[in-house]
Design a protein. Sequence first.
Length: 455
Amino acid sequence: MDWPEIIIEGFPEPRDGEPPNLRGDIADELNDHLACAMQRELRRTDDPAAAEHAVLDRFGDPKRIARRLWWDAMKEQVMKDRIMIAAMIVSVVTCLAVGVFAWMTVQQGREANQAILAELKSLSKPAEPSEIPGDWSKVTFRCVVGDRQGRPAVGVKLSLGGAMEAQTPNKTLFKQTDSEGKVTFGPMPAGEYWWGAQFAGLAGDHVSGAQHLGFSLHESITLYPTRHQEVVVVFPSSDAFTDIAFAVDWPADLKDKGFLLYCEFNNPFGGYSPGYPGTQPDGLRLDGRVWRPAFGQVVIGSDGRIRDGWTLWPGQGMGRMGGYGMGGPASEPKTVLYKISGQTITEQKSVRRPAASYPLAQLAVLVPAKPPNDPEAIWQSCATHSFLETAPGMGGEVRQPVDKPPVFVAERGKLNTWKITLPDELLKAVREYLAAETQPASEPADVASPRVGRM
């Protein structure tokens, strides 16, 4: 058999960097081994085919052996070549990326320069005459509901006060928004102002019940000379309000006496000290502003229905309770009179108020008023109970908790039923009042001054 020709067929294609005598050396050495093995096998047998078959069984395929020997000799060089090719590919890709980035940077720089030139051209134009005089300014409030893309808040009232009070004392402006939810104040002197809004719902979202504030918002604003500024105000949507019904836990002996129960709930304008946790109701945050909810007061009949259409007046003061202009020195507790306006008094099962948490501040049991207390009064208190007391504070007196007041939660999307539990001291004062009322005329009875529970 011609071993050299078979061996040469097993080599791969020539490669750059391959030693010139590598293939010949491998072929010669492998041929010598095969030839020697063939001679040994022929001495054992006279059959050349059997001898060749025995050699191949012992050594294997000569082509495969030749290729393996060549690879063992060239492996390091082949791997170097492959690494070099990979490095070249990475270098090319990196160069292309750097080129693209440089091109994009140049383009962005060109666009920025064009924008700067355009701005400089606009600044170099003569200023158009301003409709606002030198040291004056204007501000427009654009009012929307729910979010900045919401429907216009039509017919809501805003107030603005501040800098103009230096020229005109107690000057506060009030305006309503137009059909686009906008209202404009000015021209007016530039300076520091405050503005505010009270919101009890839009037309069709009416919040029923007298003596309530709904949501309120107060902020400061700086108006700059010759500028017409715009402020976007996002008002609460109708789902920020909820329905509230009441149930009063009257004892059996007082349930059918025809009493009215006056309830006052805490709100941000009642003069409560912020240093006492739990005395301020939570707020509604919209577009970075906090709307403060306020419940106000409510009058409840013994049947749990709300009496609406009344007006609260201070009468002779509230003694140590203070607030609403009804306060007096702590040593001079006075009678509390609650007047009802001449309009028709309505009854309703529930009221609609901002969804929030409200601490109960004060309770008063009302009875029909009798002369000579106040001939014009329709109802007056026969007993009161306050969860607050007046104490000195920064800038004047503040009301702060005597003990932990009951807190009522108004949740959205449901009818909330609040059960009012009457304190024992209040019930005791009511019974004492009834006992005094039933005394014979010959016995002295101080009916001109309603009895007051713990103040």
